[in-house]
Design a protein around this ligand. Structure first.
Ligand code: FPP
Length: 223
């Protein structure tokens, strides 16, 4: 049973932006643009539902392989999202980022996105309501390899506690509900450790159509 003594943690794999656009005869990038708008809408709904943590998969370690113009567009949308500081402050939402540390050898996050992330974190740091965590240049396996390596070098060695303590964001609570949109039934290297006990809500709705009613159906899984 989920631990209902703490606020709920919902994590979303926001799939289907490209298909949403394709069905309308629009370029894939328009689907991503609408996906970012929908995330802004969903943040408002999640705050109203008293969700404690909303974590979203914005860009994976694998997404760099997409065509350059699409990558550039998605990066620009992250800059836009991290720039929504006034909205986040109005909602008392604190923003966090999870991903490969910028100084790690494999990290690929360009400087302007690093700056946008740093500024959003600083400008929302004193908010005490919902925590919005954006996964950017994130992969669960990379996170676990890094955490295990650090645990191995620690005095107590590799234990579940030591791995938890060495994750990118050790204070991120376990995921209660993992959402995957657009009819795909895969976990796709997202929060592998944190979502070990999560209920999973699969829906055929593409991410731009994932609304409050969809969120409520996902929340039904945890009563
Ligand atoms: C999947 O759609 C979504 C992504 C690759 C992640 C990007 C998400 C957004 C741009 C939404 C806004 C979020 C942020 C954090 C700015 P897809 O291209 O895989 O869709 P498809 O499977 O239909 O092709």
């Amino acid at each position: 049973m989920p631990d209902r003594t703490r606020p709920l943690h919902v994590a979303c794999i926001m799939d289907g932006n490209g298909r949403w656009a394709g069905r309308r005869g629009l370029p894939r990038t328009d689907g991503h643009t609408e996906g970012e708008e929908n995330l802004a809408r969903l943040v408002r709904v999640a705050v109203r539902r008293d969700i404690g943590h909303l974590t979203v998969f914005g860009f994976s370690t694998e997404n760099w392989r997409r065509p350059r113009p699409e990558v550039r567009h998605i990066l620009g949308l992250h800059e836009k999202l991290f720039g929504r500081v006034a909205e986040l402050n109005e909602l008392d939402v604190r923003i966090q980022w999870i991903g490969r540390p910028f100084d790690s050898p494999e990290a690929k996050t360009p400087r302007y996105v690093q700056r946008a992330i740093g500024k959003a974190i600083a400008d929302t740091a004193s908010n005490t309501g919902m925590v919005l965590t954006v996964a950017f240049d994130y992969g669960g396996r990379s996170e676990l390899v890094a955490a295990t390596e650090k645990a191995r070098r620690s005095s107590g060695g590799v234990t579940p506690e030591a791995i938890s303590a060495n994750l990118y964001l050790p204070d991120l609570p376990p995921v209660d509900v993992l959402v995957r949109t657009s009819g795909e039934h895969r976990v796709s290297n997202f929060l592998l450790w944190q979502a070990a006990g999560a209920a999973i809500y699969f829906t055929d709705a593409p991410w731009p159509d994932f609304d409050g009613d969809e969120l409520d159906r996902a929340l039904e899984l945890v009563g």
